[in-house]
Design a protein. Structure first.
Length: 421
């Protein structure tokens, strides 16, 4: 295999099996073969790493462009509405969104991330993923549109932005409460018409239920104060259903969609998410910063909902390190009484193949499999058994990544760590 590089480590966790003294042979941007060191040593130039090789981490939901607003994510808030007020004040003072997103991308790569679901609100930041040679999807976020304005100019403006994309692009109707009913309905149709993936925030705040069901509560009053009292839900006293059901009735949910947060959901909501094939990107550290409850992680796991892991943005989270959120999810699941022995494996999958599935890209990355993209995260973790190594990875938290390989190219190596060739 001319031009092949063989990455080896004491452990390789492919996502489907564990290989002691394993190896991943990479030719160009693709994985050529996976096996033991003995099997693959002669396939090409050998690069020896300490620790463990795993599939590249997937951050299924963040906003890279808010990296300049990181001071907000280092604080804590009494409610979602309190954070929103602080966010709007800081947002109005900021600019240069592309540079901010580029800084966020660098931080993500340093944390072992090889693919991102990046929700973008300024066109200047739309192509940061593609320019930075990062896999994933840039989701163009649409919010605060009234039905009339949307039909007159909003739809065409959105199409014009989408046409500027130089890489994979999707649509992100911000949330069921932040768009007029007709706009949300049309965005669901538009995503299907264009064959685009979709992302939406759902059930993040407890006040979201009161807004959607009754057109009342602190979130509803906040949006009235911001000049959106003519939204159909606020004008008509709500839709008399929960946010998940409301989103589904408007065609927002489905196998082409993943949602962020999914905190305030009951059993019927979770069943609706499963039935529609909607993946939930869980963001526990962001939820904690905003003073929210923990998502029902144990219920999602017990009931079989497909899950992924997102960090949210640095405006609401301490970092964009996916493994920090994985460790938080582990603690939450145990606190909620999840005792099944598959917890480590389920959360490992959520942070890799689960994120790939959320973006409809499971055929391209998410496991270390021949033919897939050569996206590899090197972790400075090694235990004597595969089970102990997996447990240590899931529970270790932030700062575990020592190298990041994207498309076969080593994009980050931690200082004082070197690969032996």
């Amino acid at each position: 295999m001319t031009g092949t590089r063989v990455h080896t480590a004491p452990w390789v966790l492919t996502g489907t099996r564990a290989i002691r003294h394993g190896a991943v042979a990479v030719t160009g941007s693709r994985i050529a073969e996976v096996g033991s060191v003995d099997e693959l040593r002669s396939a090409g130039e050998v690069v020896e790493w300490s620790g463990t090789l795993i599939p590249g981490l997937v951050n299924a939901y963040t906003h890279l462009q808010y990296t300049h607003m990181a001071a907000l994510g280092q604080s804590s808030y009494d409610s979602f509405e309190a954070w929103s007020t602080a966010f709007e004040a800081e947002y109005s003072r900021r600019g240069d969104w592309r540079a901010s997103a580029e800084l966020g991308l660098e931080a993500a790569i340093r944390s072992g991330t090889t693919a991102i679901g990046d929700v973008v609100t300024h066109a200047e930041a739309l192509n940061v993923l593609s320019a930075g040679r990062m896999h994933g999807i840039a989701y163009w976020e649409v919010m605060a549109w009234h039905d009339t304005d949307w039909s007159e100019r909003g739809r065409q403006e959105t199409l014009a932005v989408l046409a500027q994309a130089t890489g994979p692009v999707g649509l992100s109707p911000h949330a069921p409460y932040s768009l007029d009913t007709g706009v949300l309905d049309d965005l669901g149709r538009l995503a299907r018409e264009l064959g685009l993936r979709s992302h939406v925030h759902v059930a993040e705040s407890s006040a979201e239920h009161d807004y959607i069901a009754d057109g009342a509560g602190p979130l509803a009053e906040q949006w009235r104060a911001w000049g959106h009292g003519e939204f159909a839900l606020l004008r008509g006293g709500g839709a008399a259903v929960r946010p998940v059901i409301y989103a589904d009735t408007l065609g927002v949910l489905g196998a082409h969609t993943h949602i962020a947060h999914g905190i305030y959901v009951d059993a019927d909501d979770r069943a609706r998410l499963r039935d529609t094939g909607t993946v939930v990107a869980l963001c526990p550290r962001s939820n904690e910063v905003l003073g929210l409850d923990a998502a029902p992680v144990a219920d999602y796991l017990r009931e079989g909902n497909p899950i992924a892991v997102g960090t949210d943005s640095l405006s609401s989270s301490p970092s964009v390190d996916v493994l920090a959120d994985v460790a938080a999810l582990h603690r939450i699941a145990r606190d909620q009484g999840y005792t099944a022995p598959d917890l480590h494996a389920r959360l490992f999958t959520a942070a890799t193949a689960g994120g790939a599935a959320a973006m409809g890209l499971g055929d391209e990355f998410g496991t270390l499999t021949a033919g897939k993209l050569a996206d590899i995260t090197v972790l400075g973790i090694e235990e004597s058994t595969a089970a102990d190594t997996l447990a240590a990875i899931v529970e270790a938290g932030e700062g575990s990544a020592v190298a990041t390989i994207i498309d076969g190219e080593t994009r980050f190596v931690r200082t004082a760590v070197s690969a032996q060739r």
